[in-house]
Design a protein around this ligand. Structure first.
Ligand SMILES: [Zn+2]
Length: 326
């Protein structure tokens, strides 16, 4: 019988909340955090005033700074209170002590190995199936990961992330359909690719192929991406945001700037704002310009989608040719 991870994690959270002061304090603060909702059309953005996220939004991730700090995902540097639920002896599932979600998990590789998604799509999908109340997300090493030297996913309660309920209802442009449905949308304020499939193998294959069609910057080991994955009605839903840069042009500490460094959760519609004045003055145009600034634009995404459509059409034609009687 397979393990009931969802229940194990609920018990883990209850124990950590009871025994670890930092968790009790930070989840208590989150429960009472100020929020504002901005809704335009089908797009909902929940702004959350969360000063503890400054450590993540303002994290210095240049190679020198990373190499000189102790890795907070390695066992030897973690606080004694931190408990772990192991997943297939490959990942440590732990309560994130600095939450954005009312249940927020860090899922880190057992070994200290760089943040790269290649070869781990299947893990991400199976984690999403095991953690059925959660959305599992991946921030690329140049797209919001605060530990780019240690492979990790995160997960948060799915009901708290607006895009999980919005995306399946958006009008999508189809790239390829069948057992695995690959589509995209360039009108949702931040262009997104979307996969809906009940097949683990197909989902993994399509994600690999999609990644191969994305631009990759010089010196990077993978295209810049944020990926969200959840499991609902016996199928995986996967949203991939192709990125163009790490931080928006308006990032900074001046009065006319914002300390916002978007990653998967922000693109999913839940925006943790670390500075109080930013929380009150952010407008809908600010939010859309911050998110669109760090993503590939509509023209770039439409071009990638065209290339993918041609690729799949060619495969179908080739298969048709080889299976036709001579
Ligand atoms: Zn580490």
């Amino acid at each position: 019988m397979s393990r009931r991870y969802n229940e194990e994690i609920t018990q883990l959270w209850a124990r950590q909340h009871a025994e670890w002061d930092t968790v009790r304090k930070n989840y208590g603060n989150l429960y009472n955090a100020l929020t504002r909702t901005i809704k335009v059309g089908v797009n909902t953005f929940v702004l959350q005033y969360n000063p503890e996220r400054l450590r993540s939004s303002a994290a210095n991730i240049d190679a020198k700074a990373i190499s000189e700090r102790p890795c907070f995902l390695c066992n030897e540097n973690q606080p004694p209170e931190q408990e772990t639920v192991m997943w297939e002896d490959k990942y440590k599932i732990q309560v994130n002590p600095y939450p954005i979600f009312k249940r927020h998990l860090t899922i880190s590789a057992v070994e200290h190995t760089p943040q790269l998604i290649s070869g781990r799509f299947g893990d991400m999908m199976r984690l999403a199936r095991d953690l059925k109340d959660y959305v599992v997300f991946y921030n690329g090493p140049h797209s919001g990961a605060s530990a780019p030297d240690h492979m990790h996913f995160q997960a948060g309660l799915r009901d708290e992330l607006p895009i999980c309920s919005e995306l399946p209802w958006l009008t999508m442009r189809v790239i390829n359909s069948g057992a695995c449905f690959l589509s995209y949308n360039i009108s949702s304020l931040r262009p997104v690719f979307y996969i809906d499939t009940s097949s683990l193998e197909d989902g993994e294959k399509y994600l690999c192929e999609l990644l191969n069609f994305l631009p990759q910057k010089e010196g990077h080991d993978e295209p810049m991406v944020n990926i969200l994955c959840w499991y609902d009605y016996n199928s995986w839903k996967i949203a991939l945001f192709p990125r163009s840069k790490h931080r928006p042009s308006c990032y900074g500490t001046n009065d006319d700037q914002f300390i916002i460094s978007p990653a998967s959760v922000d693109l999913g519609g839940l925006i943790a704002v670390a500075r109080e004045e930013d929380f009150y003055r952010l407008t809908f145009p600010d939010v859309t310009s911050i998110l669109s600034d760090v993503c590939l634009n509509e023209i770039e995404v439409a071009k990638i989608a065209d290339n993918l459509t041609n690729y799949y059409t060619l495969i179908k034609l080739t298969n048709y040719g080889t299976s036709s009687p001579s």
